[in-house]
Structure formats: C-alpha cells, structure tokens
Design a protein around this ligand. Structure first.
Ligand code: NDP
Length: 388
C-alpha cells in the first residue's frame, strides 16, 4: 500500500487527484486538507477512508467535525494542524494548496522524507533553494505537477542536463490574447476568470490572464531544473496541446503533447517512474489540424519581464514577487485595482524592497522567507491603498 496525503484536496488539482486516487485500491490515505469547502472535504475523507482531515480555518472545525461524525476519522483545524498533518509519515504527498500558504506544509512533508508531488508552484518561486536542499538532504523526490514542468521533466528522461540548450514553456495566452492595452485596462473579473483551455481555480485562472502564472513558472523552471534564465523561453500557444519543449545542443527539440487535463501530470507523478493507464482524452491530431505559436508581448503583459528581474536579484526576491502578486490579485478580485494595476503594484513593491538589503540575501530558512513574504505583503497593501 502507498501512503498518500493531499494538501488542498478540495481545489481544482485536489479534485483531480481525488479522482485518480479513487480509482486505486493500493492507496492508504493518511491526511486530506482543505479550506472552506467542508462538504467536499468530508465526502472525500469518507470515500478514501482518510485517517486525518484538516481544514485550514479554525472557524470551520465544528462543521467538519459534524460532517464526519460517526466516521472515526480524526478532525483538526488551523495552520499548525496543517503542519502536523504534513509531519505524518506518508510516501507520496500532493502539494496543491493555492498560494504561499502551501510552502510550509510541503516543506514539512519533504523533511519527513515523502515524495512531494508539487502543484504549488509558489513553493519553488518563494523558496526554491530551500526546498531543493531539503529534498537532497532527505534523499526525497520533488516531482513537478505543473503541466509545463511535468512535460520538461518527461522530455529530459534519460538525457544529460548538460546537453540541454534551451527550454520552452508554453502559455495559452489566456482570454486577453490580442487585446489592446486600453482594453486590458478595463478588463473585468468575470472576463479574467474565464480560461480558454484549462479549467482551474479562480486565482491561477486570473494569473493566467495577466501572464503572472507564466511568470511564476519561469522562476519555477529555473529553481527546479537549474537552467540559466536565458535558457528558458516562453511561447504563446493558444491550443494548450504542447506543454513544453526541450532543445538539445544537436538542434533537436523534444515536445510534450497532451490534452489539457491535469490528471495527466498528476497521474505521471503518482505512478512515476512507471507509466500507468490514465483516464485522459487521447489527441486526435487530424481533428486538431493545426498548432499555433507566437511570441508573448512584454509591453502589454509586463509579468514576464518582472520575473526575469526577480531571477537576476535572486535571494528573497521570489518571495517578495509572489507575495505582492497575491496582494495585487486580492485587490483586483475585491474591485479595488484594475487589471493592469496588478503588474504596476508588483513592480513598485519590488522597487521599494530593493533598498532592503534582505531582498537579495541568500535564503537561509523558512523563517527568512516568511519574513520577506510579510514585508512584501505589508508594502504592497500600503501601496495598493494609494493606487485605489
Ligand atoms: P484552488 O483554488 O482550486 O484550490 C486551492 C486549495 O487550497 C483548496 O483546497 C482550498 O480550500 C485550499 N486553500 C485555499 N487557501 C488556503 C489556505 N490559506 N490554507 C490552506 N488551504 C487553502 O487552486 P488550484 O487547485 O487551481 O491550484 C492549486 C495549486 O496548484 C496552485 O499553486 C496553482 O498554481 C497550482 N496549479 C494549478 C493548476 C490547475 O490546473 N488548477 C495547474 C498547475 C498548477 P477550499 O477550496 O476548501 O477553501
């Protein structure tokens, strides 16, 4: 039996993971965690006979307890309970909480030696060196679940990293591909929350529209695989069929293609190093007929340029970038900032924090990352008030 835990079980990635786990009879579910969607969390827990279920929010505890009464399933709530759940021995842990809140549980899971299936890209963006060091120390594996990174990982199987010339990750371009700057300035929450090819959680969907999601993925690619920033390219590919390409020094480009269904990348991480049958649609290339590619427009979508600046600074710049991006997104969702204001807020926050020597300091611990995360949140919140 493989002991598994799922963090962020009630989200988009969490539900896809649940779907795959439900089809297996060789799984022992150690812990499931969620936030406010208590009905789904309780349903999953009963269905997978979980040992422990945690809601991130103290005020949801009674509801979760009531929903699981008579099941014999242990129930807990709060941030510390999430950490304790991550410390429960498990063989495979899915990290699918959204945002920087996913970092600490994923880190603890690695520290107890679990294989970490990493959907939470924010973990690598904010604390890449720390996670990679911990994985090496525990001889534990981090398996990428982001579709682009899973694609690169698969294309690299059996290859020498030193023979790689470049890596190209694709972006659908989101709902605003082709929009003018004037149109983008008045883009609404409803428009930004509708993705043309992927069904995902609200936050990553809006980040896809602004290309902040791709910006996070640029940094994620660098942190996970160790490529130089100038080896990593982004290309717009509206069909979301090619997820990434790896270019080798002999000029060959290896591409990974698949239907836009996260169960592919999740299933690959679940079965790795084997390939098991997965319930994902097979591509009909004749029906697809064409695959299109175009360069991203850095002027209309500044997020990619900002990510490259963050990669130059290194240190805690990723933590500041992600935290200010999370605040910008909160403000956009709340209707306090416009769509283009998000990038401006992030840029201004990083500019201010550049005078803080800690920004470029090498990451020492989870605590230094969390401290920079808080400083960036406070700075961005203050700035946002002046921009609203
Ligand atoms: P969702 O918003 O759909 O789900 C997030 C999950 O985290 C839910 O279980 C939610 O609980 C829980 N959660 C929310 N806030 C907190 C918190 N503060 N503390 C603890 N738990 C919390 O997100 P997605 O599934 O879309 O994304 C999850 C991660 O995977 C993100 O990092 C994203 O970037 C990454 N990812 C997602 C992809 C996708 O296709 N969706 C693709 C590639 C990467 P509840 O809903 O019960 O409140």
């Amino acid at each position: 039996m493989m002991r598994v835990s799922v963090f962020g079980a009630t989200g988009s990635i969490g539900e896809s993971t649940f779907d795959l786990l439900s089809r297996r009879d060789d799984i022992e579910t150690v812990a499931l965690t969620g936030g406010r969607n208590i009905a789904r969390l309780a349903h999953q827990a009963r269905s997978l006979s979980a040992q422990l279920v945690v809601t991130a929010y103290d005020d949801c505890y009674q509801d979760l307890k009531a929903a699981l009464s008579g099941s014999g399933i242990e129930v807990a709530a709060g941030t510390q309970a999430l950490i304790a759940a991550a410390e429960r021995p498990a063989d495979w842990v899915m990290s699918a909480i959204v945002g920087a809140a996913g970092l600490a549980p994923g880190f603890r899971a690695l520290a107890q030696g679990a294989t970490l299936a990493l959907a939470n890209k924010e973990s690598l963006v904010t604390a890449g060196p720390l996670l990679m060091r911990e994985a090496a120390r525990q001889n534990a594996r981090i398996l990428p679940v982001d579709s682009e990174h899973s694609a690169v990982f698969q294309a690299l199987t059996g290859e020498e990293i030193s023979s790689v010339e470049r890596v190209i990750i694709t972006a659908s371009g989101g709902p605003f591909r082709g929009w003018s700057k004037e149109q983008l300035a008045s883009a609404t929450l409803a428009q930004a929350g509708t993705h043309p090819t992927w069904a995902m959680g609200q936050r990553i969907t809006i980040d896809s529209a602004s290309l902040f999601n791709k910006a996070l993925e640029l940094i994620e690619t660098r942190e996970y695989f160790g490529f130089d920033p100038d080896q990593i390219e982004v290309i717009i590919h509206p069909q979301s069929i090619v997820h990434a390409l790896v270019g080798f020094r002999d000029g060959a480009l290896m591409a990974h293609l698949g239907a836009p269904d996260m169960r592919h990348a999740i299933g690959y991480a679940l079965n790795w190093p084997d390939r098991a049958a997965l319930p994902v649609a097979r591509l009909d290339l004749a029906r697809l007929a064409q695959l299109n590619f175009e360069a991203p427009d850095a002027e209309r979508f500044p997020a990619l340029r900002l990510a490259r600046e963050v990669m130059e600074i290194r240190g805690h710049a990723g933590a500041a970038f992600n935290a200010s991006k999370e605040i910008a997104l909160d403000q956009f969702i709340a209707g306090h900032l416009g769509f283009l204001d998000m990038a401006e807020l992030v840029e201004r926050t990083i500019d201010i924090l550049l005078s803080d020597s800690a920004l470029a300091d090498a990451i020492e611990s989870l605590e230094t990352v969390e401290a920079m995360d808080q400083i960036a949140r406070d700075t961005a919140t203050r700035l946002a008030k002046s921009m609203a």
